[in-house]
Design a protein around this ligand. Structure first.
Ligand code: KIV
Ligand code: NA
Length: 277
């Protein structure tokens, strides 16, 4: 299969072929996504929580994101690789945003970066990164990096002001040069309005059926412990499977059922003789 390109993603929107995106944070995750034939892999800053154990996406640094991104790059062949820029690494100026985006391309081989928000300063950042030759994915609706300012982790576009703001931001993001946009936690009727207002593909998460979908890998695999968002569908039980496998291993170690003879190496009589002296 040829590598997925931006024109191919645009064609999928035109043709009504849903775009499949999933997050990945390491080499095996990237391999699984690749073998499953996804179109886009996102090194999400959700990795701050699901693989690094932070309680939000806010603390993660570019250096940490780059470690994850490089591992994912090594495992990705045909999928289009998008990397999230971390909170605080684009906020200061357009120059800072370009510098951050360049690191993801140069040091991790990202195909594009994703940047949250659609207010005027954010549009300026998108224009600057695009002008530097780096493709940008927008992200509106529930934007976890600034969830506190949104009043917490809650659906967006449910008030008149919020719905109007979403449309304005989406149009601004497309005009700023983004080739794709993630819409998170928004009623599906609003997503449909956004879709009519835009020509670029919308990747939804908790936003109803649209041009494509994204889920956090650890949520869909059933690895995430405890609460997950309403929009998560669990397609596997990998967390429980992992605990069962490690428990079985522990039991066999304690009962001495493991290791068995076939897990060891045959010696030679001469070496044994020498070792005994
Ligand atoms: O960080 C992430 O995983 C994301 C997706 C949920 C869109 O931004
Ligand atoms: Na993110």
């Amino acid at each position: 299969m040829p590598k997925i390109s931006i024109p191919e993603l645009a064609r999928k929107r035109e043709a009504g072929e849903p775009i499949v995106m999933v997050t990945a944070y390491d080499f095996p995750g990237a391999r699984w996504a690749e073998r499953a034939g996804v179109d886009m892999v996102l090194v999400g800053d959700s990795g701050a929580q699901v693989v690094l154990g932070y309680d939000s996406t806010v603390p993660v640094t570019t250096d940490e994101m780059l470690v994850l991104a490089r591992a994912v790059r090594r495992g990705t062949e045909t999928a289009f690789l998008v990397c999230d820029v971390a909170f605080g690494t684009t906020e200061t100026s357009d120059a800072q945003a370009v510098e951050t985006a360049v690191r993801f391309v140069k040091e991790a081989g990202a195909d594009a970066v994703k940047i949250e928000g659609g207010r005027a300063e954010r549009l300026s950042r998108i224009r600057a990164i695009v002008a530097a030759g780096i493709p940008v994915v927008g992200h509106i609706g529930l934007t976890p990096q600034t969830a506190t300012a949104l009043g917490g982790f809650r659906a967006q576009g449910r008030t008149v002001a919020s719905a109007s703001r979403l449309v304005e931001e989406a149009i601004g993001i497309e005009a700023a040069g983004a080739f794709c946009i993630v819409v998170e936690a928004v009623p599906s009727e609003i997503t449909e309005v956004l879709r009519e207002a835009l020509t670029i593909p919308i990747i939804g998460i908790g936003a109803g059926p649209t041009d494509g979908q994204v889920l956090v890998l650890h949520d869909l695999l059933g690895i995430t412990e405890g609460h997950t968002a309403k929009f998560v569908k669990q397609f596997g039980t990998i967390g429980a499977d992992a605990v069962a496998a490690i428990t079985a291993y522990g039991e066999e170690v304690r009962s001495r059922a493991f290791p068995a003879e076939e897990h060891g190496y045959a010696g030679t009589p001469e070496a044994l003789e020498a070792a005994r002296q």
